[in-house]
Ligand binder design. Sequence first.
Ligand SMILES: Nc1ncnc2c1ncn2[C@@H]1O[C@H](COP(=O)(O)OP(=O)(O)O)[C@@H](O)[C@H]1O
Ligand SMILES: [Mg+2]
Length: 406
Amino acid sequence: MIPGLGADAGAEREARLLSRVVDTISAGLDLDRILQGVATLVTETTDTDVCFVHLLDERARTLQLRGATPPFDTMVGSIELAVGEGVAGWVADHGEPAVIVDDKTADPRYRYIPALRGEDFTSMVSVPVLTPLGHLVGVLNVHTRERREFSQADVDLLRSVAGLVAGAIENARLHRRLADREEALERFAERMVEWQEQERRRLAHEIHDGISQRIVSLFFHLSAAADAIPANPTVAADQVARAQELAAAALDETRSAIAGLRPPVLDDLGLAASLDSLAHSFPTLDVRVEAAELRMAEHAETAVYRTAQEALQNVAKHADAQSVRLRLSRHRDRVVLEVADDGAGFDTAAPSAGGPGGPGPTGFGLAGMRERAELLGGQLDLAAAPGRGTTVRLTIPFLPAAQSAG
Ligand SMILES: Nc1ncnc2c1ncn2[C@@H]1O[C@H](COP(=O)(O)OP(=O)(O)O)[C@@H](O)[C@H]1O
Ligand SMILES: [Mg+2]
């Protein structure tokens, strides 16, 4: 409850605060602006002096300051605490609020951060920002200059505000993820068009210089054989034999031109066996394959296959490896493809490492793999260091194959 007010006036003011928080949250999807606005609202309506909103980075297990009232708004983005560190870190770790009325330096949970000028403030409340399902997304703190006995009602109100903020944070993250996907899709489409052009040029070249040249010669040998049949059957037989060789060579070339176009084995053999046969198609590599039998949606299987293909091509081209391990496995709703070599490794921070430096001449390289992964709602992780081998890990959601009607 807010001090100095009767129960009714307090309740009314609380309702107003919550409804203004809802307004601020629904105003847009720019999370930083929302958090800034919420921080200001909270201090105004709870009669506190500063408010900090820290967001949880789940992977790094850190809290990052993302909303703060002036003058601390300039610190947004530059303050980071580990989960477990400081009062906010303790709250994140335990999922329950902390109230400190005075002498916070005596509290073992407290950690002094010079930039946040803790010495200027006496009392504080810190509450976890939890989604309705109890998922922690951050921590919200308020501080007062004067000493203040925060009541249970004060804490409850802050928890309600935090609950609304949690919804906004989730929405904003969802929105961000969608926007990222859309961007990945655009980049991928662009690259796909380029790649298609390149494939067409390659095919045209192979057909023109290889296959059609052979068919032309084949035609001449057959004509010569036809002419020679009555007078000189030995020459005719020789011409026919040459023609047979040419036909075989043309057939080989046709096969290899087509093989580059799509992985036809996928439909026939399934993913696991296709990966096995892919691994055997690299004669210079010693590849150990452990592939789980999975049937997934066609485009997901193609993505896995292409990623394995490009990763193995990279090993063959760049790694100088003794051995390679290719593993495909399913972990509940995720599928993981891992290609690990014990070769030269490389510096993943270098611009050629599939970053914004762009793809290699295959048009598909590491950047292409990453885009494909993002497009499927997954990710590509690279672990590599000079001299210590390379591991490429593709993680995508498991997309079951559509049930066939027959
Ligand atoms: N398995 C690997 N071992 C060593 N270096 C690698 C490996 N995979 C990728 N690289 C490095 O990363 C770079 C980028 O790879 P990629 O995007 O596939 O382009 P490209 O293979 O066409 O050069 C390569 O040029 C190489 O230097
Ligand atoms: Mg490559």
